[in-house]
Design a protein around this ligand. Structure first.
Ligand code: ADP
Ligand code: F6P
Length: 285
C-alpha cells in the first residue's frame, strides 16, 4: 500500500442496515493494521458538517461484528445537496487531516454525496449498505440478507394464523422504490401474490378474481406480499375483503426489518467490502 494516505474517515449514511457495524470494524482495523489513523464521523454527512469526529482504535470496534444498527449513528442531511456545503465538508476534512473517506450507505443518496466529495478532492469510496438491494453496479448490498430473513420468518408466522382463520393476509415489506425484499420474501414464503412497484400497476381486480376462482377450488387462505411503495396495504385489505367476502388483514412489518443481528453472509460481505474500501483509498482510487 502507498503511504500517501495517512488519515481516513468512516461514516454511515441513509437508512441503517444490519452489517454496517461489521463494515465499520473492517475499515478501522484494516486502516490501523496498515499504519493509518482512522476517524469516525458520527451521524453521516450531518455530523461531518458539525465536526462530530472521533478517533477510532481497535478497541472502539470490539464486540460489534454481531450487532445491528450503526455505532456511528446515521442521518439524512438535506443541506448536503448544496455545493457550498460539499465544499465546506471538504474543508472540514482537510482541517482534520482526513485524506479519504469510506461512506457506508444506501442508494443514490449517500453515493451521490460520495462522488461530490471526491470532486472536492477528498477521495471517497462507497460501501453499499442498505436493506433495499437497490444500488446500481453491485449485486449485493449489506443488510439485505438479514432483512429478508427477518421478513420471511414474520410471514411464516402470519401464514399460521391466516390459515387457521381461513383469512387473506396482505403483508407489507419495506422498499419504497425497489421490490427486491418483496420478491425474495414472497418467493421464499410461498406467497400467492407478490406486488412490487416495478410490476404492479394497480390492477386489484385481477387479484380479486383470482382469489374468487381459487376459493371455488377449495383454497382458503392467501398471502399477498406488498412492497411498501405499492400503496396503502390497509386499504387494499378492505377492498379485497368487501369484494371477495374473505376476511382480510393487513400487517405492516416496518422498521423491524432494519434491525437485528446480521446474518453470517452480511457480516462476511461487510468485512470484505470494508477491507477493500480501505485498500482502494490507499491506492489513491
Ligand atoms: P440513502 O443513502 O439510504 O439513499 P438518502 O437518500 O436519504 O439515503 O440520502 C442520504 C443523504 O445523502 C441525504 O440526507 C443527503 O445528505 C445526501 N443526498 C441525497 N441526495 C443527494 C444529492 N442529489 N446531492 C447531494 N447529496 C445528496
Ligand atoms: O432505504 C431503506 C429503507 O428502509 C426503505 O426500505 C424504506 O422505504 C425507508 O428506508 C424508510 O425510511 P425511514 O427510516 O425514514 O422511515
Amino acid at each position: 500500500m502507498s503511504n500517501a494516505v495517512k488519515t481516513i474517515g468512516v461514516l454511515t449514511s441513509g437508512g441503517d442496515a444490519p452489517g454496517m457495524n461489521a463494515a465499520i470494524r473492517a475499515v478501522v482495523r484494516t486502516g490501523i493494521s496498515n499504519g493509518l489513523n482512522v476517524k469516525g464521523i458520527r451521524r453521516g454527512y450531518a455530523g461531518l458538517l458539525e465536526e462530530d469526529i472521533i478517533d477510532m482504535n481497535n478497541l472502539s470496534v470490539s464486540d460489534i461484528i454481531q450487532t445491528g444498527g450503526t455505532i456511528l449513528y446515521t442521518a439524512r442531511c438535506l443541506e448536503f445537496k448544496k455545493k457550498e456545503y460539499q465544499q465546506k465538508a471538504a474543508e472540514i476534512c482537510r482541517k482534520h487531516g482526513i485524506d479519504g473517506i469510506v461512506v457506508i450507505g444506501g442508494d443514490d443518496g449517500s453515493f451521490n454525496v460520495a462522488s461530490r466529495l471526491s470532486e472536492q478532492g477528498i477521495n471517497t469510496i462507497g460501501v453499499p449498505g442498505t436493506i433495499d438491494l437497490d444500488i446500481a453496479c453491485t449485486e449485493y448490498t449489506i443488510g439485505f440478507d438479514t432483512a429478508i430473513n427477518t421478513a420471511m420468518e414474520a410471514i411464516d408466522k402470519l401464514r399460521d394464523t391466516s390459515e387457521s382463520h381461513e383469512r387473506c393476509s396482505v403483508v407489507e415489506v419495506m422498499g419504497r422504490t425497489a421490490g427486491h425484499i418483496a420478491l425474495w420474501t414472497g418467493i421464499a414464503s410461498g406467497a400467492e401474490y407478490i406486488l412490487t412497484t416495478e410490476k404492479y400497476h394497480g390492477d386489484i381486480q385481477r387479484i380479486i378474481s383470482k382469489i374468487q376462482d381459487r376459493r371455488k377450488l377449495g383454497k382458503k387462505n392467501r398471502i399477498i406480499v406488498n412492497a411498501e411503495g405499492v400503496g396503502n396495504s390497509a386499504e387494499m385489505a378492505k377492498i379485497i375483503e368487501v369484494a371477495t367476502g374473505v376476511e382480510t388483514r393487513a400487517t405492516i412489518l416496518g422498521h423491524i426489518q432494519r434491525g437485528g443481528n446480521p446474518t453470517c453472509k452480511d457480516r462476511v460481505f461487510a468485512s470484505a467490502m470494508g477491507t477493500m474500501a480501505v485498500e482502494l483509498l490507499c491506492e489513491g482510487k
